[in-house]
Write a protein that binds this ligand. Structure first.
Ligand SMILES: CC(=O)SCCNC(=O)CCNC(=O)[C@H](O)C(C)(C)COP(=O)(O)OP(=O)(O)OC[C@H]1O[C@@H](n2cnc3c(N)ncnc32)[C@H](O)[C@@H]1OP(=O)(O)O
Length: 178
């Protein structure tokens, strides 16, 4: 079975309240991450019609601070599916309600895994792709997976040797005492 990206796309908007600020008076990054996790869960559950758990989060860059009183909008869609895993892409924007000015605050990729009642992984529907943007997102997810695998391999017990890196680290501010 294949399901369209559109059928599980989710958008939420939430007003940022003073109770969620950090010491600097901006909205706490942890609070934003918690909202992102919830929307990733909703999107992945909708696609898979299963309960899902968060397996990993790929990169969280906080591009712009979010102020109290701003309206935060999060858009989530399934970018990629494996067997039991789904990569949910989330874009976070905040809007100053008075001026209407919008800021891009974050874009992240949450890998969610569908599980049954006993926590065993279950197969999820394939993804029906209907436009170039969706295809690009699917391909980018494959590239990120490949890059992660390569990095793992490079630093694995069998492949890693200190000598291979000593020379290239000379320009860095590191004193290696091995
Ligand atoms: C709702 C919540 O937020 S839950 C709170 C936080 N999350 C958790 O507690 C989850 C804890 N982790 C787990 O339960 C398990 O590690 C699971 C369910 C994610 C994976 O279970 P495993 O027994 O390792 O399953 P398995 O090795 O078969 O992997 C299943 C799938 O998950 C993917 N996967 C597993 N770990 C990761 C990871 N760290 N990053 C990305 N994908 C992963 C695998 O690639 C595989 O994908 P595929 O089925 O599409 O090929």
């Amino acid at each position: 079975m294949f399901k369209s990206v559109k059928s599980s796309r989710i958008e939420i908007s939430q007003l940022m309240l003073p109770s969620n600020t950090n010491f600097g008076g901006k909205i706490h990054g942890g609070y934003i991450l918690s909202l992102m996790d919830q929307i990733a869960f909703s999107c992945a559950s909708k696609h898979s019609q299963s309960y899902c758990v968060t397996a990993s989060v790929d990169k969280v860059n906080f591009l712009n601070p979010i102020e109290v009183g701003e309206l935060v909008t999060m858009k989530a869609s399934v970018n990629y599916v494996g067997n039991s895993s789904m990569v949910v892409g989330i874009r976070v924007e905040s809007e100053n309600i008075r001026t209407g000015k919008k800021k891009h605050c974050n874009s992240s990729y949450f890998t969610m895994v569908a599980v049954d009642e006993s926590g065993k992984t279950v197969e999820v529907p394939g993804l029906k792709i209907t436009n170039e943007e969706e295809l690009k997102r699917f391909l980018k997810a494959i590239k990120r997976n490949e890059a992660n695998k390569m990095r793992k391999l490079e630093f694995s017990e069998e492949n890693f040797s200190v000598e291979d890196y000593k020379e290239s680290l000379k320009s860095y501010r590191v004193d290696i005492e091995l």
